[in-house]
Design a protein around this ligand. Structure first.
Ligand SMILES: NC(=O)c1ccc[n+]([C@@H]2O[C@H](COP(=O)([O-])OP(=O)(O)OC[C@H]3O[C@@H](n4cnc5c(N)ncnc54)[C@H](O)[C@@H]3O)[C@@H](O)[C@H]2O)c1
Length: 249
């Protein structure tokens, strides 16, 4: 496939697997220079980078723990030093530690909130300075429909994803005057390692409730990310788009 490079630099957190890897791949083929971040498992990140580089794409991976201010600061400083700009950030890194409230430990709560919500806060803060001086930028937060609807057994996760929606709307208002657009995608049931933990019965129960009667592939989220990064979405900010086969109607 012929890749036509453009001059835009996009950072995708948690880009080494699942939805993040699909986003990195899709954007790389569209010609963006993509920085994926990984927290552990550098081999997986290296495999993706090598494959895409062989295709002529501009893809780099850096280690970053989004829950650590120091790690986030160093990572973004490195990218700005190398490229001089950041045009887009996709806050995709996320974890689950599911259990009912009465069994949920303080650690389960803190770990999920620190990665999913504080991570998005730290990364957004790190890109807002370069984006403000460029007077342009796009931030896309990967929330979840459970952030809108809640889900038994996911008090920590759904709170973190609801928090990302508040973050999106507040930040959209703060940054609009600098032409920085902030939007949120709320995926439904996507086939990744995160949902692989579900058994056959749970999968069927989920799919049965979805009007389209199926789960989605990660690339069906990646294509929406590319829309929010493109000129096609130049008048949209502070929005939450459910990509869920109609589940959250
Ligand atoms: N799979 C689904 O059905 C689904 C539905 C709704 C929302 N989401 C959201 O989409 C995003 C991606 O999910 P996925 O299904 O691909 O999950 P996944 O578990 O396959 O991937 C998560 C990624 O986040 C990274 N990560 C975790 N902790 C990190 C940390 N502290 N610092 C940096 N990176 C870290 C992991 O290394 C991994 O690359 C998550 O935010 C998830 O909550 C997924």
């Amino acid at each position: 496939m012929l890749i036509e490079p453009n001059d835009k630099v996009i950072v995708v957190t948690g880009g080494s697997r699942g939805i993040g890897a699909a986003i990195v791949t899709h954007l790389a083929y569209l010609g963006y220079t993509v920085y994926g971040t990984y927290n552990s498992n550098p081999e997986q990140a290296q495999l993706i980078a090598t494959h895409l580089s062989n295709e002529g794409a501009q893809v780099h991976f850096i280690q970053m723990n989004v829950a650590s201010e120091e790690s986030v600061r160093l990572g973004f400083e490195h990218i700005v030093k190398e490229k001089g700009r950041i045009d887009g950030l996709v806050n995709n890194a996320g974890i689950t530690k599911d259990t009912l409230l009465i069994r949920m430990s303080e650690q389960d709560w803190d770990d999920v909130l620190d990665t999913n919500l504080k991570g998005a806060f730290l990364c957004s803060k790190a890109v807002s300075r370069p984006m403000m001086s460029q007077r342009s930028g796009r931030i896309i937060n990967i929330s979840s429909i459970v952030g809108l609807r809640g889900n038994a057994g996911q008090v920590n996760y759904s709170s973190s994803k609801a928090g990302m929606i508040g973050l999106t709307k507040s930040l959209a208002q703060e940054l609009a005057s600098r032409n920085i657009l902030v939007n949120c995608i709320a995926p439904g049931y996507i086939e990744t390692d995160m949902t692989e933990k579900l058994n056959e019965e749970q999968r069927k129960a989920f799919s049965d409730k979805i009007p389209l009667k199926r789960s989605a592939k990660p690339k069906e989220i990646a294509s929406v990310v590319s829309f929010f990064l493109s000129e096609e979405s130049s008048y949209i900010t502070g929005q939450v788009l459910c990509v869920d086969g109609g589940l959250a109607m």
